[in-house]
Write a protein that binds this ligand. Sequence first.
Ligand code: C2E
Ligand code: CA
Ligand code: CA
Ligand code: CA
Length: 279
Amino acid sequence: AKRSGRRGFRYYSKELTEDAAKRLALESELRRAVERGELELHYQPKVSFPHHEVVGSEALLRWRRAGVGLVPPNDFIPVAEETGLIVDMGNWVLREACRAAAEWNAGGEALHKVSVNLSARQFESHDLVSVVGAILDETGCRPEWLELEITESLLLEEDGAILTTLSAFRAMGLSIAIDDFGTGYSSLSYLARFPIDTLKIDKSFVQKAATDRRHAELVKAILSIARCLGQEVVAEGVETAEQAVFLRQNGCQVAQGFLFSRPLPKPDMASLPRRFAPA
Ligand code: C2E
Ligand code: CA
Ligand code: CA
Ligand code: CA
């Protein structure tokens, strides 16, 4: 038993070394990805009910990694968060998204709001608010063209700094959305405490609601809370016509999902229809 234990240990530690080496390689490549211009933003349209008019889009990060291809965010954002690289990447995302928003709203009217995902790590740097302000100035993006998506976990910390930061964003005229609403650590009290404009219902709820009565009731309850608090609801992960019909009938204002469009590279956004055919 002792011998196999030792062998087991040796095997285990070799695996660890390989994992660590892979991670280190990923980390150093990721570090250079911004400078090398390997990051790309794709945009997934959001449409309003009932006419499926495009009202905005969510900016979603991809990494065009040399020799590998297009890497999805879930494969590199966790490492970027652990190492703190997400702060530089996040600033790149904000600048790029604001440039796009300035272009798409060039007429002046807020025709197309762009949403950007922010990581909790970005809130740890004390200058987030001034960085966002500087990026708006630099790109000519008006605050009402930009929405920041944050996750529920950020609001659980009994930390006045988050409230201060979000209030500053609100005062600047930006809007704030809660992402993946309903998963994670939902605590309704934060809906009263924080300045929140939009709830994004998580795709797991959206997808189950069309077929499962209990999920349907939960989605209706979320829509009702949001209505009472004056918040807009965006349903994410809408894939079928049934889901879209259910959402529209229950007063959801905006939908996002493969039923309408996948996330698109920026050049493809130019040929987007103004509205999608009704489901
Ligand atoms: P998320 O913010 O919840 O983004 C929505 C994800 O759902 C996207 O995956 C999108 O492609 C996918 N999706 C959209 N419609 C549908 C649908 O109808 N069905 C299904 N099954 N999926 C759909 P993606 O682009 O792989 O992004 C994954 C996550 O990575 C995002 O989840 C977000 O948490 C994170 N992420 C993406 N870009 C950024 C970024 O710039 N900064 C940060 N901090 N996180 C980002
Ligand atoms: Ca999001
Ligand atoms: Ca989401
Ligand atoms: Ca998600």
